[in-house]
Design a protein around this ligand. Structure first.
Ligand SMILES: *Cc1c(COP(=O)(O)O)cnc(C)c1O
Length: 482
């Protein structure tokens, strides 16, 4: 019998204990109003607790959670920035709209979608956006179906390959496969960017497109970006920009200007919704004029001063999400953009990049590195010489928990041995960054002085080191009643 480290409400239950008290009946009791066939034989097994038990149970659970409201959360590639609470309020306000409300009654919401689409066009350099996709990977899938529809419509049906560099995010090849393409992987150049010769060699009449994660998973901006899109276009392919990490480039460069045809943006990273929280996301897809006819239906279009829902789209790939996407996430993103303004978005990106380089600069003498280059919004470190003491990336990540920090993303990207991917975000002060740098240096010193202790950390949490293999291979997802 496996017991949780934190007792379930059922385990705290005491027969007869109650959190409510109803007045005595002053009307005749009605029994058995439901037909026998619809009634269960026994009462449901519910925990019996007092109000204070319930409050302490949930508050206790919440205090075992670590979120960006507790502290620094440098989880690379997830952009766990602090988001202003006013954006949350706006999201909650709009969450009250009924998804089946008549189009005539939701003019304000349609206008909001129009304005957000237009703002995203402006920061990305594209001609149109759909807000339907529910996540980054869903945006990739949607964008790739646009690429497929484009080639098919021209009768160019032999193009069934998508080229993906090995420094791409893992969702890129997965989405391409789901959209029905074959994947052709190319290896990165020694500087961490796309190898232009490898790209040229991979081109051919079967290539439908090329996907670039930029900044890539090494946190690096590709220096040859204009040449890359040129090579792909010369070969008849389209260029997909994975803009999940748009936080690095807002107001500085635009994928549309670099020659890309389609991209997605993760609203739940850059635009005021945390990633990695398990909640809803939103991955709007932008494209050039040539791809607009294929965008999902309905598309919000401008008609004079207002937005209109356009359902008359014969070439559309159809619907990719119920209703209009995750609307409260869309509302939060719009509130964020309005409150920061164009200059504010640019400043956010500049500070995100500055903060990552600050950490990289102060820790690269203590830890190993993959590429000694200016990074974008995140940097990659490795244990370096600490490996000689038998200390690995996972030990450093676990030790950070005892120091009060959420660990960075680890063992990703796969192309860097023992990678730690650190993304501080723009919302952190210099004091916070300095404290984190000090903790990382103390951990490095501890690794040399007492590697055995490092192998046992974290020592301050209810659960220390779960057996991760058993947890993945043999998960117990069902409570075993006694
Ligand atoms: C987060 C991320 C994705 C996937 O986004 P999801 O919303 O988690 O599906 C894709 N590409 C990159 C580069 C990312 O960082």
């Amino acid at each position: 019998m496996t017991r949780c480290a934190y007792p379930l409400m059922f385990e705290k239950s005491k027969p007869g204990r109650r959190a409510y008290d109803l007045p005595a009946l002053d009307v005749p009791a009605q029994k058995n109003l439901l037909p026998q066939a619809l009634r269960s034989a026994a009462n449901p097994n519910l925990p019996e607790l007092s109000e204070v038990d319930v409050v302490r149970h949930f508050v206790g659970l919440s205090r075992r959670n670590y979120g960006v409201d507790n502290g620094f959360y440098p989880l690379g590639s997830c952009t766990m920035k602090y988001n202003p609470k006013i954006d949350e309020e706006v999201g909650v306000l709009f969450a009250q709209l009924h998804p089946l409300a008549d189009a005539d009654c939701i003019g304000g919401a349609v206008d909001l979608m129009l304005h957000l689409q237009e703002a995203l066009c402006e920061v990305s350099g594209f001609d149109a956006f759909t807000l339907q996709p529910a996540a980054g990977a869903h945006g990739e899938y949607t964008g790739l179906t646009l690429i497929k529809a484009y080639h098919d419509h021209r009768g160019d049906t032999a193009r069934n390959v998508i080229i993906v560099p090995d420094a791409a995010h893992g969702t890129n090849p997965a989405s391409a496969a789901l959209a029905g393409f074959k994947i052709r992987e190319i290896l990165s150049a020694p500087d961490g960017g796309v190898d232009l010769d490898a790209l040229r060699a991979a081109m051919g009449p079967d290539v439908a497109g090329f996907m670039l994660t930029n900044p890539n998973t090494l946190g690096l901006f590709d220096k040859n970006i204009a040449q890359i899109t040129q090579i792909v276009h010369d070969g008849g392919g389209l260029c997909y920009y994975d803009g999940a990490n748009f936080n690095a480039i807002m107001g500085v460069v635009r994928p549309g200007d670099m020659g890309f045809d389609v991209m997605h943006i993760n609203l739940h990273k850059t635009f005021s919704t945390p990633h990695g929280g398990g909640g809803p996301g939103s991955g709007p897809v932008g494209c050039t004029k040539a791809l607009i006819p294929f965008l999902p239906t309905p598309q919000v279009v401008r008609e004079g001063e207002h937005g209109r829902l356009d359902y008359d789209r014969p070439l559309s790939v159809g619907k990719v999400k119920a209703f209009f996407g995750n609307f409260s996430i869309i509302a939060r993103a719009y509130a964020y953009i309005l409150s920061l303004g164009g200059e504010g978005l640019k400043e956010a990106s500049e500070n995100a990049v500055l903060n990552a380089n600050y950490i990289f600069h102060h820790l690269k003498g203590t830890y190993g590195i993959a590429h000694d280059r200016i990074c974008m919004h995140e940097c990659i470190l490795t244990p370096g010489e600490l490996e000689e003491y038998g200390v690995h990336t996972s030990d450093i990540a676990k030790a950070l928990i005892d120091f009060g920090y959420h660990p960075p993303t680890i063992y990703f990207p796969l192309i860097v041995h023992e990678a730690m991917m650190i993304e501080p975000c723009e919302s952190e002060s210099r004091e916070t960054l300095d404290a984190f740098i000090t903790a990382m240096k103390e951990i490095a010193a501890l690794a040399k002085a007492d590697p055995e202790r490092m192998h046992k950390m974290p020592l301050t949490t209810p659960v220390g080191r779960p057996d991760e293999v058993a947890a993945a291979r043999n998960p117990i997802v069902k409570y075993e009643w006694q």
